[in-house]
Design a protein around this ligand. Structure first.
Ligand code: FES
Length: 352
């Protein structure tokens, strides 16, 4: 459930981004305890947005949690409500969620982060290096320009605090610099050449790719070409393209809608189970929200994973999935915001 948290402070994270630090009161510390890489969901009226936690995790739950918010021009949330957040104001927040996580353990870990994708990676690196003396972290980050790069000081601070165990390389796509990598996008061919020069790729215990679709696809392709096992690669997409059209919006959609079934959805949420009708072609999340407005969701675009649930009965068609790992879909998990029924009875368990 959502909790109102007070903003302890805000600070500039980049020319067009802000770091918002929330105070977590002692009774909520356990609920808001996070695993590095997780995000918070903010709610303002009918709008919800997820923001990754940049600050390090603490054993008993942190008293302060910092998220990074990029101001998207014209963005209903980031350019409006989020811009007005200041010390002393408050915001409704869901406890941390997400499975793009790194639990500290010995080994060498690496990340390829683009733009605001640095945010969860910063929490991972800071927590890992502080908690696990036998761990190392290599970061390859990409930004348009130095001014747009979020959390530059925090990354520099990690270098100072953990010399020899933290290595970072910064690529700027639209800006010349006197040292470091030449400007340009990190495409697949460039990553394929760069990564083995930077670190022993096959000895990396976990790869974390976070950022826009183009960079993730390039990094995933490069790692595949380098022979890295799929289960060592973890992905979090920021900014997917537009959501697919609703069925019925065009001829192909109409055919899909004809395959979709009207029927009954039985859902378990916070220990309560109930059944409701679901219309043909409707997403399961829409059907649940009509009856349980407390159901978890944020992006409604198949990206954040907040609406993850286990399919316990029937079959569904998932329009798109940028959030679940193959092992999760094989285990029966679906994204409720992207799932439409293919059988007349469908069961979902949000608590699984
Ligand atoms: S609400 Fe974000 S994936 Fe469904």
């Amino acid at each position: 459930m959502f909790h109102p948290l007070t903003v302890a402070r805000t600070s500039r994270a980049a020319e067009d981004a802000v770091a918002v630090t929330l105070a977590v009161p002692p009774p909520l510390r356990a609920a808001f305890r996070h695993v590095p890489g997780q995000h918070l969901t903010f709610r303002h009226g009918a709008l919800r947005r997820t923001y990754s936690i940049a600050s390090a995790a603490a054993d008993g739950g942190a008293d302060l949690l910092t998220v990074g918010i990029r101001h998207v021009p014209g963005g209903a949330f980031s350019a409006g409500f989020a811009r007005e957040l200041a010390a002393g104001s408050w915001v409704d927040v869901l406890p941390p969620r997400g499975r793009f996580t790194l639990r500290p353990r010995p080994g060498h870990f690496a990340a390829v982060a683009g733009g605001s994708g640095i945010t969860p990676v910063l929490s991972m690196a800071a927590t890992l290096l502080a908690a696990e003396p036998a761990a190392r972290f290599t970061l390859l980050r990409s930004d348009r320009s130095a001014a747009s790069a979020m959390f530059l000081d925090e990354v520099a601070d990690l270098k100072d605090r953990h010399p020899g165990r933290f290595q970072s390389l910064h690529a700027l796509t639209r800006e010349e610099r006197s040292a470091g990598l030449p400007p340009g996008r990190l495409d697949r061919a460039r990553l394929r050449a760069l990564l083995p020069a930077l670190l022993p790729c096959d000895a990396v215990a976990g790869w974390y790719l976070c950022g826009p679709e183009g960079l993730i696809d390039a990094a995933r392709g490069a790692l595949r070409a380098l022979g890295v096992a799929r289960e060592r690669v973890h992905i979090e997409l920021f900014h997917a393209g537009a959501a697919p059209p609703e069925p019925g919006a065009n001829a192909a959609g109409a055919a899909d809608a004809a395959n979709a079934q009207a029927g009954t959805l039985t859902a378990t949420l916070d220990g309560r189970r109930a059944s409701w009708p679901v219309a043909a072609g409707e997403t399961l999340l829409s059907a649940v929200l009509r009856n349980r407005p407390d159901a978890p969701y944020a992006c409604r675009g198949g990206v954040c994973g907040t609406c993850r649930a286990r399919l316990t009965d029937g079959r569904v068609r998932m329009d798109r999935n940028y959030a679940l790992e193959p092992a999760e879909t094989e285990a029966g998990y679906v994204l409720a915001c992207q799932s439409r029924p293919l059988t007349d009875r469908v069961g979902l368990d949000f608590d699984a």
